[in-house]
Design a protein around this ligand. Sequence first.
Ligand code: DON
Length: 317
Amino acid sequence: MNQETRIGPAMDIQAIVDAVLSDAETYRGHGEVANYIPALARVDPRKLGIAVALGDGTTYVAGDADEPFSIQSISKVFTLSLALGHVGASLWNHVGREPSGSPFNSIVQLEEERGKPRNPLINAGAIVVSDQLIGHRDADAAMAELLDFLRDRAGVEGVGIDENVAMSESTAGSLNRSLAHFVAAFGNLKNPVEEVLSVYFRQCAIAMSCRQLATAALYLAFDGVEPRTGDEIVIASRARRINALMLTCGHYDNSGDFAFRIGLPGKSGVGGGILAVVPGTGAVCVWSPGLNAAGTSLAGAIALERLVDRTGWSIFV
Ligand code: DON
């Protein structure tokens, strides 16, 4: 479906974004902030922001949409895009493509499935993706590539790592260390565990705003092409497949409910951000730090639900 049919001349996106923010207002501050990462436990739970980026380069924002927050697992979508560019389909020898139905940091399936994580969006899978992204380089080179990619995609210089969060992740990182060692024990990591985790912890600690994330994800809405420049960022089939993984696995054991309520490929992060892709139209990012039990922003998911109701942007329409 082309953009015109999905946006329509009568659709006032700014008015819709403003209305969505007030729809979600009742849920501001609801849910629990991610207190297992001490630096995230200190974030103000009442933050609420939304940004919609469209293919023509326009962006519509409301609330705290320009305040950088910890992107956390949203980073997994970008490392997946880059790792696939490096290693292509051989990535699937190391990580699966099925929903896990388990929490993001679960270890239980890894033993039965011999160290091959179910999908690239759970923590164990993202750790494998980070390893593949490092490849034969060092961790800093992989991080530099990721940061350059995000700066280019978001069109801003100022995308960086919140070192405080990165340190906090590592200090509180016993479970992720266990996942990485478990994967390594089955021979599924090329690089030393701490090298791989130094990328994983830092990618999660990248700080970006809703506006920057929505803009950065536009290539996923347009068959891998950056709509404003025509540059191919990933090949079309890859963009489609990343969207399929976001739809089926992007919210872990909450992915079915998210697809049911919102009907868009999406990726949550425990910083309270949710990135959603509206194929052929644009990308949306919402942020509110209070989380539901699966680590998805509670008010953020409500905002997306209301946005889809008001726009008809579900892919199942
Ligand atoms: O590794 C972790 O647990 C966090 N750095 C990221 C988890 C996350 O964002 C889960 N998503 N909702």
